[in-house]
Design a protein around this ligand. Sequence first.
Ligand SMILES: Cc1cc2nc3c(=O)[nH]c(=O)nc-3n(C[C@H](O)[C@H](O)[C@H](O)COP(=O)(O)OP(=O)(O)OC[C@H]3O[C@@H](n4cnc5c(N)ncnc54)[C@H](O)[C@@H]3O)c2cc1C
Length: 381
Amino acid sequence: MKITILGGGIGGLTTAIALKNAGIDCEVYEASEKFAPVGAGLSIALNAWKALEYLGIEKMVGAKGYRYSDAKILSQKGKVLQTLGMDELRKKYKSNAVTINRHDLHAILSAELGTIPMYFNKRCTHITQSKNKIQLHFSDGTIAITEYLIAADGIHSNIRKQLLPDSYERYSGQTCWRGICNTPIAGYDYSILSETWGLGKRFGIVPLSEKMIYWFAVNDSRKEEMHWGRKTNQELVDLFSEFHKPVGDIIRNTPMETIFWTNLTDLKPIKKFAFDTILLLGDAAHATTPNLGQGACMAIEDAAVLGSILKKEKYIPKVFTLFEKERIDRTTKIVTTSYRVGKIAQTANPILAGLRNFIFPLLPKSSNENFLAFLFGVKFN
Ligand SMILES: Cc1cc2nc3c(=O)[nH]c(=O)nc-3n(C[C@H](O)[C@H](O)[C@H](O)COP(=O)(O)OP(=O)(O)OC[C@H]3O[C@@H](n4cnc5c(N)ncnc54)[C@H](O)[C@@H]3O)c2cc1C
């Protein structure tokens, strides 16, 4: 018995590791010609760390990852609106949280594949099904035949569109640039991860080491303005000119060719992940806006959950159904909350933004705690 995985992103690779751990043969088909993680850095939250532990790869990720001490939300002027003490949370949830360069994470995951075959340059256009087999049709004219398929082919998943033609991606009304600044920035405290909320704008600073920063800059953008595209450093510095120091310095010191641009989208939550012998996983099943930094974390959780179900159940269509049962409510809640957080963080209305900045520091700690317990209190057995 063999399971075919479509997509060699974080979801596909961690799933391959989970299947390897469960002693199940698998193979990965990937559209790109080589490993090419899109984007810059990534934060691995406490819940995903537990999933990495379950998969047995947390030490490798920890060795390349960076432990920051606090996460802060700041106003445009740099006033602290809220602080999450990460060491406290690490202790409370008996886990870890790190930031990591996407290239490093991909390298770790691909090294862990061992002898699992990975085929590049294989873009699946569609599938057909006959005689209990699934045929994957690739754009190069070749076909692969398998009994079971896990589609981890990302937010634009062809497989999901074929199985659920009514599913659709939602544009969040926000557009985003991401980059890595490798030049040490004087006066910046590299132990702090921060997100600054302005008027219709946000800027995130994510330290990846004691001298490297991954940053993201988000701007409101109506559908008609979706031509934003790439910008020069100076254009971005100007766009965020009213933001506190050292936002401008960070953008200025980032090589322009390393700045990526993406519109922020998610997948309107779907009600089905399992289709007998086919399973949707990762962004293909539950792509989210990045406002909670949970997209890849959920994909890693998916792999751990699949691994834990395989310990108890061997019949794959049942495994896929149990997976759907276990994952759908949790991922839907995260996707929905993330979408709302994006709207609050990014309000362009000065009165609402003022109110938000006034109320946020006064909120009792307990108001967040239930959600954090839901997010980080997850267990994999
Ligand atoms: C701005 C931004 C910041 C983010 N920050 C974070 C963060 O801090 N923390 C976090 O947890 N998440 C974050 N995310 C989300 C995270 O990047 C994704 O959720 C995660 O990469 C999803 O992994 P995946 O493997 O499911 O999908 P993908 O990473 O999209 O991988 C899909 C793979 O399938 C391949 N593929 C696609 N179509 C086909 C096809 N037809 N045939 C064959 N192969 C195909 C692709 O080439 C790709 O390799 C962020 C996202 C954005 C946009």
